[in-house]
Design a protein around this ligand. Sequence first.
Ligand code: HEM
Length: 161
Amino acid sequence: MSPDADPTAELEPREVFDRVGGLPAFERLVAAFYDRVERDEVLRPMYPEDLEPGKQHLALFLAQYWGGGDVYDRLRGHPRLRRRHAPFPITPEAAGRWARHMAAAVREQGFDPAAEALVLAYVERATPTLVNQRPDQAQVLPPGLAVLPQQPPGHGSGSSA
Ligand code: HEM
């Protein structure tokens, strides 16, 4: 594949925030994602009864990650996502559900293609790092988790070993 064929090549990660429409766009994404979490019998029990604070935190985190300032850090401190997720039993199956719900919510948003591709790649890359029930496999995508087409060998995103 030539570098020109990469849909993300034209966009810096920090530009995603403006490209998708700022914080309201991340709030809509998170609302669509939580609609799915609410109906998921594996994920819903991990979340507290009141979903609203978590929605706000996730939207602010994503906004910050994609270039929208540091409101999350100021409100919540350094993300330390693995530590924050330690209380939840994140099996490969749970992570796969999370990733698929988030990928579906992203695809619903009508983001421009470069921004969508970056966000989907992030979901695919970051979700397995939060698996904490099978530490030996924390960096390995379980079968069926993949939300993107396979990368060609040597693309640099982890090993298959
Ligand atoms: C790319 C992957 C993920 C990202 C970026 C992410 C991000 C976040 C953030 C930013 C928060 C809020 C932290 C805070 O309170 O400040 C959070 C909370 C949470 N996450 Fe994740 N997460 C990811 C994957 C997962 C997975 C795989 C699960 C479970 C299968 C999960 C379950 C939860 C739960 C239960 C909460 C607590 C929500 C609440 O207190 O209302 N997350 N996550």
